[in-house]
Design a binder for this molecule. Structure first.
Ligand SMILES: NC(=O)c1ccc[n+]([C@@H]2O[C@H](COP(=O)([O-])OP(=O)(O)OC[C@H]3O[C@@H](n4cnc5c(N)ncnc54)[C@H](OP(=O)(O)O)[C@@H]3O)[C@@H](O)[C@H]2O)c1
Length: 314
């Protein structure tokens, strides 16, 4: 069987980079990877990680998901414009009180996370339909399932992604096209670094003192602890994504982090939504000591399992 062409967006760092390299180094050589990024000046890290796969099973091309021209130019450079698998990975985060964020910034998050996906799908889906074959893999987030304090806009953009995909998946199946949403919890990438850097510089003068204090003194340290207790590496997420891509019947939703599943389950367990809202409220504002202690325990258990190669891994 000939290699399938996979286009991956946002490969300058993080999950996109790890996934492009993993697919390109596939032992069975099942993939030809078009690894894209909006700024080719950042290609060095990917080139180094790709090693021998570069210009062999992995090609680097420019693609900005916010520009239709850029998407078309990239697709037109692929033989017959044939894409077997689209991995929509490019994305950006935004945290903080909504009253401190400009509408332009909020639009930029949607332009990247939601409209970026729709631009790509509009270009690639018709050909997949003609060929009655294809797989669209979308890097969503657990925040596409539930909302989280000070993540209002980011979460909304991922909810939009999830609604779009859930609707489209039904039609797509008629054309033998699968759609899969990958839903990681916290992942150690530049995403996190950029978020905390931006948060440190954020002008909080448009909000009240209580909210500013809640964001800086409660949310930020809390969120850092959650990242360190529950976080995965980009390589872990890439490995899970390869499983989804190579699966005979790809799942529509796939959560990559078992430790996070108790939180997302709250959302599915109660159609009123109260269980999710109340539990997160209590976790943050009432039982923060117990929650912090649980995070420390998880951290310890993960550390022990990593240092005990025969043991169970979390
Ligand atoms: N890290 C997490 O905790 C986490 C958790 C759940 C889901 N996710 C999702 O995973 C995906 C990848 O994030 P990551 O964690 O790997 O973060 P990352 O290291 O910051 O990677 C994001 C990538 O998206 C690219 N990008 C941003 N805007 C773009 C645009 N307009 N056109 C093309 N590329 C663009 C970035 O390029 P530049 O270098 O040019 O900015 C970068 O390559 C995102 O969709 C994110 O929402 C992340």
């Amino acid at each position: 069987m000939s290699a399938r062409t996979v286009i991956v967006t946002g490969c300058s760092s993080g999950i996109g980079l790890a996934l492009a390299v993993k697919l390109a180094k596939d032992q069975l050589k099942r993939f030809k990877v078009v690894a894209t990024m909006r700024d080719l000046g950042k290609r060095r890290r990917l080139e180094d990680a790709a090693g021998d796969a570069l210009n062999n099973t992995l090609e680097i091309k420019e693609l900005d998901v916010c520009s239709e021209d850029s998407i078309c130019t990239c697709l037109n450079s692929i033989p017959e414009r044939k894409v077997d698998i689209l991995v929509n990975n490019a994305g950006m985060g935004l945290i903080g009180p909504v009253e401190c964020q400009s509408i332009d910034t909020i639009k930029m998050v949607f332009d990247t996370n939601f409209f970026g996906l729709t631009r790509l799908v509009k270009e690639i889906l018709p050909d997949m339909k003609r060929r009655q074959n294809g797989h669209i893999v979308v890097m969503s987030s657990v925040m596409g399932i539930h909302g989280l304090l000070f993540n209002d806009v980011y979460s909304a953009s991922k909810f939009a992604v999830e609604g779009f995909c859930e609707s489209l998946a039904i039609q797509a199946l008629k054309f033998n096209i699968n759609i899969s949403l990958i839903e990681p919890g916290p992942v150690f990438t530049e995403f996190e670094t950029k978020l905390y850097e931006d948060a440190a510089k954020m002008d909080l003068s448009s909000t009240d003192q209580e909210t500013a204090k809640m964001f800086q003194q409660l949310y930020l340290p809390y969120s850092e602890k959650v990242f360190h207790a529950l976080g995965q590496t980009a390589e872990d997420v890439a490995e899970h994504t390869v499983k989804v891509i190579t699966s005979e019947k790809p799942p529509f939703r796939y959560q990559t982090n078992n430790l996070y599943i108790p939180f997302t389950t709250l959302k599915f367990a109660d159609p009123t939504g109260n269980m999710h809202v109340d539990t997160f409220y209590k976790m943050v504002f009432q039982h923060d000591r117990i929650f912090n202690a649980s995070l420390n325990l998880i951290k310890l258990l993960r550390w022990r399992s990593r240092n005990n190669p025969g043991g169970k891994h979390f």
